[in-house]
Design a protein around this ligand. Structure first.
Ligand code: HGY
Ligand code: MN
Ligand code: MN
Length: 411
């Protein structure tokens, strides 16, 4: 009996329909977490879930779970996110959610009756771009942060998370942590260059690298740009520039999987003729090795103290996100790799450079991920692209993997 196949064009139709919500030039989307645009995306996918006859639940942090209530016991769950960064692509997160719906619709149409319920989750605020930390909804889902603490998080534009959840109508009543799924598998684009460079169609993901986000507030003294001699200045931009260069050079010095990014800089008062009074900048530091990540953090902290002393500044730091590297369950990884190759795909193993909701579900149940290629390794960019053939191939691996997980005991 040939393996069941998803309907690739139906999957693409849904991906393109969701991409119509808050499109940006270049073909991507801007649906920052808990904005009106995010609400519109949520409403559309909930409609699709309801049309499929799924039981739709919304929990206290706004996670949405659509469950096809067949079989018995804890569900096999897939899912991802549909919030985006400001310059997001069509596929980051969206693909994994919509492929989950495609898996269920395919089973329904082919009369496949899984032994366990199948669930598709939309986790709140995976990106962390508006409300840090990232993977917030799945973190709360598994009990890694209390609902109360999460609801009080402030957005970079000011609002309280709980108030935004109420405002968009997704403040659910189901408490967190939620019951653990039987197993979790997330389908996602790689968002990096590895699969394409190896000419591999499917990635069996071994884990997720460690993530360290820090907000650095550098306080100096505003002054006149024309009258203030250089030796009397307390200019926070000098420290900001040197910290930016330091973390870049550190990443090159560590090489390997070490990456460092300064993604956000806010200068106050941000005027041409005023020596700034304050700079707030962010550091995104990652490594697959926890020891090296801690070493990098320690070096950066020491350098920041030196900058404060040398430039006569006050520099405060605040951790926005800190997650250790995660290793996925080899039993799930093997199921993915076996299905991928038996379906005729080239397969390889790789860690994820990006954070994903799967890294949180891995705390509570057997979990792994499936990757498909990102053209030119591009992501968090409206030009993000994965071919329909690859998207369909990934969804077929997800279908087979979820059905096998339904029949797999992990005792
Ligand atoms: O930051 C990340 O790795 C993910 O996109 N939230
Ligand atoms: Mn993502
Ligand atoms: Mn992302």
């Amino acid at each position: 009996m040939p393996a069941p196949q998803v309907n690739g064009s139906r999957l693409m139709e849904r991906i393109m329909a969701l991409a119509e919500i808050s499109p940006i030039p270049g073909g991507g989307n801007c649906r920052l977490a808990l904005t009106d645009e995010d609400k519109l995306g949520r409403d559309l996918v909930v409609t699709w879930m309801t049309d499929l006859g799924l039981h739709v639940s919304i929990d206290a942090i706004g996670n949405i779970v659509g469950t096809w209530e067949v079989g018995s016991g804890a569900p096999v769950m897939t899912g991802s996110h549909i919030d985006t960064v400001k310059t997001g692509g069509k596929y980051d997160g969206n693909y994994g959610v919509l492929a989950g719906l495609e898996v269920i619709e395919t089973c329904q149409q082919l009369g496949i009756a899984p032994q366990r319920p199948l669930a598709v989750a939309i986790f709140t605020d995976e990106e962390g771009a508006r409300f840090a930390p990232d993977m917030l909804g799945s973190l709360v889902y598994v009990g890694g942060m209390s609902v109360e603490e999460a609801l009080d998080i402030r957005a970079i534009d000011g609002p309280r998370l709980g108030d935004e959840l109420e405002r968009i109508g997704y403040a659910g009543s189901i408490p967190c942590p939620q019951p653990s799924p039987h197993a979790f598998v997330e389908l996602h684009i790689e968002q990096g260059p590895i699969l394409e460079s190896r000419n591999i169609r499917i990635g069996a993901v071994t884990g997720v690298q460690g993530i360290s986000w820090t907000e650095v507030t550098i306080i100096g003294q505003s002054n006149h740009a024309g009258t203030t001699p250089m030796n009397l200045r307390r200019d926070p931009v000098v420290a900001c520039s040197e910290i930016g260069k330091f973390v870049h050079d550190l990443a090159l010095r560590y090489s390997g999987n070490q990456v460092c990014t300064v993604g956000k800089i806010d200068i106050h008062p941000n005027l041409v003729n005023v020596v700034p009074s304050q700079v707030v900048m962010t550091l995104d530091v990652r490594n697959t090795d926890e020891g090296l990540l801690q070493q990098a953090e320690a070096e950066i902290s020491r350098f920041i103290v030196q900058m404060a002393e040398r430039e006569n500044l006050v520099i405060n730091t605040r951790t926005l996100s800190r997650f250790e590297p995660v290793v996925f369950d080899t039993r799930v990884i093997d199921i993915i790799a076996n299905h991928a190759s038996s379906q005729g795909n080239s397969v390889d193993y790789l860690p994820s450079g990006a954070g994903h909701d799967a890294q949180m579900l891995a705390r509570v149940c057997p979990t792994a991920m499936i990757f498909t290629q990102s053209q030119n390794g591009l992501s968090h960019n409206p030009a993000e692209y994965t071919s329909p053939e690859d998207l369909e191939a990934g969804a077929n691996v997800l279908l087979a993997t979820m059905l096998t997980l339904c029949e797999t005991s992990f005792d």
